[in-house]
Design a protein. Structure first.
Length: 164
């Protein structure tokens, strides 16, 4: 598997950054190429994205989720990928967001793109757009405060935020 790790500091409280990241269906607003994310239940997502000019779809499962700390996932169909996003409070109005992504390039085009750093640049750009998105809004669009450990939902909770 190939991997990349990128971080960005956002000028919002950790709770706001985390809550916004749990709004998976908003990902197309700041993730380049992501056409849609459908949340099927508390831990399952269906993704549709344009990857190298081709529409790809896959399912993913959230395997770990702890409010204001981390969300980890792995694909269950389609291209093999997994990742973890962590949130570190830097003060009352600042948060470091770190995204670790592992993926398996499936063909020569994806392998070449990986060697040229395409995925790394994409992750960097997505984090920059997330920063712009959450800072410009000044509030999260919602939030899910439940926990998932070892792939099992422990408790669920939501917060309501400003809707777009």
């Amino acid at each position: 598997m190939a991997s990349t790790e990128k971080s960005i500091d956002v000028n919002v409280p950790i709770r706001m950054a985390y809550n916004q990241w749990t709004q998976f269906e908003d990902f197309p607003r700041f993730m380049q190429g992501v056409q849609a994310v459908q949340q099927l239940d508390d831990k399952r997502l269906h993704w549709c994205a344009d990857i190298g000019g081709k529409t790809e779809e896959w399912d993913a499962e959230i395997v770990e989720q702890t409010p204001d700390q981390a969300v980890a996932w792995r694909s269950t169909s389609g291209a093999e990928n997994a990742g973890r996003i962590t949130f570190l409070g830097l003060g009352p109005d600042a948060t470091r967001v770190t995204l670790q992504l592992q993926y398996t390039p499936r063909n020569a085009t994806e392998k070449t793109g990986d060697m040229l750093g395409v995925v790394s640049r994409q992750v960097d750009g997505d984090l920059k757009r997330f920063k712009e998105y959450i800072e410009a809004r000044g509030a999260e669009t919602g939030g899910w405060r439940g926990e998932i450990h070892d792939g099992e939902v422990q408790r669920s909770g939501t917060t309501s935020g400003v809707t777009s």
